[in-house]
Ligand binder design. Structure first.
Ligand SMILES: [Zn+2]
Length: 277
C-alpha cells in the first residue's frame, strides 16, 4: 500500500528506492536501487522529492533538464512519454509517475513568490514552497475539472451525449468536460458546461468517480447527468461535433481504461446492456 510522505523515516538510508525521473517534456524513466551515476549531476536544482513509501519502498520524483547525455539509462530502461506509460508499467508506477510529474511541474513553476517575487524555499515539513520575505505559501497546484456523461431516453432507446472536442488528439467522441470556476459547486459546473458546450439543460447530477489527471495538474471529477430539454447547439471554439448516440451506433470512443471518460462510457454501456436483457 502506498503511503504519501514528504520526508523519509529517520532510520532509512537516503538514495535508495525507486526513482521516477522526468525531463522537461514529460518523458519518464523509472530506475530502481541507487540513483544512477552520471558525469554531471543529473538533478536540476532542488527538484528531488520523496513521494512516499509503497510497501516500505521509497518512491522519489526527480527532474532533469534534458535526458540527452545527462543520465545513464540503466539496462532495460527507456524514456517513455507519460501518456504512453499507461499499460506498459504497473498500476502503481503509472499512478506515481503522474504524482511525480505534478509535484515536479509545481516545483518548477513556483520558484518565485507570486506576491513579491522573492525566490521561494522549501517548507521544512510540508510539501510547499514558501516565500522567506512575505511568508506566502505555494502548495502543489491541483485544478478541478468536471467530466460528465449526459443520458436520455431517445426515440429508439437509451442514448448518451458525446462530443468531438477541438483539443482531442485525433477524431474521437467523449464525455463533455470543463474546469471549475471560483465560487461554483461541482453540480453547478456540470450544468453550466453542458449548457455552454451543447445548449442542453440537465438535472439529477450524480457523482461517479474521480481521477488525478497529470496533464499538467487536473483533477477530473466524473458525473452522470440526465437530459431535461434543449436541442444541441455546439460551442464552436470547443467542440467540432456533438450528438446523441445509442449503444449500437457509437462513434470512435476512448478505449483501454486509461481515462475516466472511458470508465463513464463503459459503465453506461454495461447498464443499458444489462437492462436491455
Ligand atoms: Zn513573497
Amino acid at each position: 500500500m502506498f503511503v504519501p510522505r514528504v520526508h523519509l523515516p529517520e532510520h532509512m538510508p537516503r538514495a535508495q528506492g525507486r526513482w521516477i525521473v522526468l525531463d522537461q517534456r514529460q518523458q519518464v524513466l523509472v530506475v530502481d536501487g541507487e540513483f544512477p551515476a552520471a558525469d554531471e549531476s543529473p538533478v536540476a536544482g532542488e527538484a528531488q522529492h520523496l513521494l512516499g513509501l509503497d510497501d516500505g519502498t521509497p518512491f522519489w520524483a526527480v527532474s532533469v533538464l534534458d535526458e540527452a547525455g545527462l543520465l545513464e539509462v540503466p539496462e532495460g530502461g527507456e524514456w517513455v512519454g507519460l501518456r504512453d506509460l499507461f499499460g506498459q508499467v504497473s498500476e502503481t508506477d503509472w499512478v506515481l509517475a503522474g504524482r511525480a510529474s505534478q509535484v515536479l511541474v509545481w516545483e518548477r513553476d513556483h520558484q518565485f513568490c507570486g506576491r513579491c517575487a522573492t525566490k521561494t524555499i522549501h517548507h521544512p515539513t510540508d510539501r510547499a514552497r514558501q516565500c522567506p520575505n512575505c511568508k506566502l505559501m505555494a502548495f502543489p497546484r491541483i485544478s478541478p475539472a468536471v467530466i460528465m456523461l449526459v443520458e436520455r431516453e431517445g426515440p429508439d432507446g437509451p442514448e448518451v451525449l458525446l462530443a468531438w472536442g477541438r483539443q482531442f488528439r485525433g477524431r474521437f467522441y467523449s464525455a463533455l468536460a470543463g474546469f471549475v470556476e471560483p465560487g461554483e459547486s461541482l453540480e453547478e459546473c456540470v450544468a453550466r458546461e453542458v449548457m455552454e458546450e451543447t445548449g442542453i439543460v440537465v438535472e439529477d447530477v450524480r457523482y461517479f468517480s474521480s481521477q488525478p489527471w497529470p496533464f499538467p495538474h487536473s483533477m477530473m471529477i466524473g458525473f452522470n447527468a440526465s437530459y431535461v430539454s434543449g436541442e444541441i447547439v455546439i460551442q464552436e471554439e470547443e467542440i467540432v461535433e456533438a450528438d446523441w448516440y445509442g449503444p449500437e451506433n457509437l462513434p470512435p470512443i476512448p478505449r483501454g481504461g486509461m481515462s475516466i471518460a472511458g470508465w463513464l462510457i463503459q459503465d453506461w454501456l454495461q447498464r443499458v446492456q444489462k437492462s436491455g436483457g
